[in-house]
Design a protein around this ligand. Structure first.
Ligand SMILES: *Cc1c(COP(=O)(O)O)cnc(C)c1O
Length: 397
């Protein structure tokens, strides 16, 4: 089957949990640390790696990443305070559209190391709150990307009308607010332009942003020293055994950095760091056939794991068979046929995978959904229908 098998510690725990202990999110923090270490090693040492906390802000996850990341990107006042507490003293970059005055004040109090400013209005607001505290700013710019640079981007964001960042021709209007004697110091440019790109496309995006930043710097006699080229490194849910090619990207970034001496390159991936370390484990409550098609009804559903509903995909899963069946009637089962895995919600949209072939799936078997370590629990509508919350288990680390 096309999935990422559970690691041994996750499989062992899944085997021990009773039906009432399920569903459960099970995270393998050792696997997470191994993955993050490999990414760090694939990148040139002077490339800064920030983790975009919105992908999965669970404190054990944030702490497991700490040895391998330079800092964390946070996109709300909530994330800012949360990450500051979970991993104190680590650099924070505060981004996101629609920052409130209260959030900006809080970020100034907590001493966020970088502010990613999204508009001229936001820049003025920040200047008005900064007092004479020096504040380090990156302007977020919505740079146009050519189709060729993007390849098959799943969710392209750059260069189209967008609520994110500034259009390139608006940047000049911001420069008078960023004079060397003012509190706001323009360090460089931030751009997060696309999601789901492979390494060559990501490298092309990074080169584009770095080139543009240097040209801006030269045109206005600025001393821009930083470029944050964003996240969006692809996670392929249809081929969960494959990973973004960090080695190729590291080589690409080394090349870009080599052409721009004095410019620090920073990246801020979310999903590609944490997606692989989490599984959503549950059990088959019922297995039935309707008009010739097999349906497994699972404990839990998309109110815990919204990812397949949000992305409209069949979420990769592994069947973990259980032998015990102590009822005195036959065990409902599907064999050598496609099965649709649905949840407990009273809506036909509560489907985690549709018509996926299985060798055998029976009531009482466990199912472990892979790639549930990012944009999974924290994007889900937990309270719909008031089913119990899942358990959370953080193994190793
Ligand atoms: C969401 C986001 C990221 C992380 O995106 P991934 O696709 O999870 O890598 C990075 N930067 C910004 C500004 C974001 O909004």
């Amino acid at each position: 089957m096309n999935t990422l098998p559970t690691t041994a510690p996750v499989a062992a725990l899944a085997g021990h949990l009773s039906g009432d202990d399920l569903p459960a999110y099970v995270y393998d923090l050792t696997a997470l640390a191994d993955h993050a270490r490999e990414i760090r090693a694939a990148l040139p040492p002077d490339i800064e790696l920030y983790y975009a906390a919105k992908a999965n802000p669970a404190p054990p996850v944030l702490r497991s990443l700490a040895p391998y990341v330079t800092g964390y990107e946070v996109a709300s006042g909530g994330e800012l305070a949360h990450v500051r507490e979970a991993v104190p003293q680590r650099p924070l970059a505060f981004g996101g559209p629609g920052k409130t005055e209260a959030e900006l004040r809080r970020a100034l109090e907590l001493g966020a190391e970088r502010f990613h400013v999204e508009s001229e209005h936001e820049l003025r607001l920040l200047a008005s709150l900064a007092g004479d505290r020096p504040v380090d700013v990156l302007l977020r710019v919505n740079l146009p990307l050519t189709e060729a640079a993007l390849g098959g981007a799943a969710l392209a964001m750059g260069g189209r009308p967008s609520p994110f960042g500034l259009d390139p021709d608006r940047v000049e209007d911001c420069l008078p607010l960023l004079t060397p004697d003012g509190p706001l110091r323009l360090r460089g440019i931030h751009a997060h332009l696309a999601s789901g790109l492979d390494a060559p496309a990501q490298t092309a995006v990074a080169a584009r942003i770095a080139d543009w930043t240097r040209a801006l710097s030269a045109r206005h006699g600025l001393d821009l020293t930083e470029v944050n080229v964003g996240g969006g490194m692809g996670v392929d849910y249809t081929r969960p055994g494959t990973r973004f090619d960090w080695k190729a990207y590291g080589e690409g970034l080394a090349d870009v950095a080599g052409r721009h001496p004095g410019l620090t390159l920073r990246i801020e991936p979310g999903r590609a760091l944490t997606a692989y370390c989490g599984w959503y484990v549950t059990e088959v409550l019922d297995l039935k056939h309707s008009r010739g098609e097999a349906f497994a009804v699972l404990r839990g559903g998309t109110h815990h794991l919204r990812t397949p509903a949000a992305k409209q995909h069949d979420h990769p899963f592994q069947v973990l068979p259980t032998a015990d069946w102590d009822r005195d009637w036959p065990r409902p089962a599907a064999r050598d046929e496609p099965v649709t895995l649905a949840g407990q919600l009273c809506t036909p949209k509560d489907v985690l995978a549709r018509g996926v072939p299985v060798a055998e799936l029976r009531a009482g078997d466990r199912v472990a959904f892979a790639l549930a370590g990012a944009y999974a629990w924290n994007i889900s509508h937990h309270d719909f229908l008031m089913h119990p919350k899942p358990g959370f288990h953080y193994l190793g680390g």
